[in-house]
Design a protein around this ligand. Structure first.
Ligand SMILES: [Fe+2]
Length: 136
């Protein structure tokens, strides 16, 4: 892999890492804002997924010999700014869809093997979560 490709890939991983971190922050808040048992279970599952994704992305960045970003994406503030739980849930769905789109967009840069497999797993997990949210 060229140094330019490694830098582009790590920038992409950091973008996702910051977004997943924002997901962790915002999901933790949303869980306490709903009484709906089914929604709560769903959000807890998403929270576990986002946390796992953060750990995967940190490992993949370390794997490339670089340091992961410590920032949290602005997605958390965008969700906080909305009034109703319905609006927040809508934005959550769009956020999940954004992740799947970004992974497809940057897929050509992924080294074969574990990097490719982990990112594919993150993509599938987000697709499943979007489907589950839309069923609600
Ligand atoms: Fe996510």
């Amino acid at each position: 892999m060229t140094q330019t490709n490694i830098t582009t890939l790590v920038d992409f991983y950091n973008l996702l890492l910051e977004a997943e971190r924002a997901g962790v922050a915002v999901l933790g808040e949303l869980i306490s804002q709903t009484e709906d048992q089914r929604l709560q279970e769903l959000l807890k599952k998403f929270l576990r997924d986002e946390g796992l994704n953060c750990r995967i992305l940190v490992s993949l960045i370390h794997d490339l010999g670089l340091e992961p970003s410590k920032k949290t994406g602005d997605f958390a503030d965008k969700v906080r700014a909305l009034e109703s739980l319905e609006e927040k849930a809508e934005l959550l769905i769009r956020g999940q869809e954004w992740v799947t789109r970004k992974i497809r967009e940057f897929r050509h840069l992924l080294p074969t093997g574990s990097h490719h497999l982990f990112l594919e797993a993150i993509k599938v997990q987000h697709e499943e979560n979007v489907d589950a949210m839309k069923k609600d």
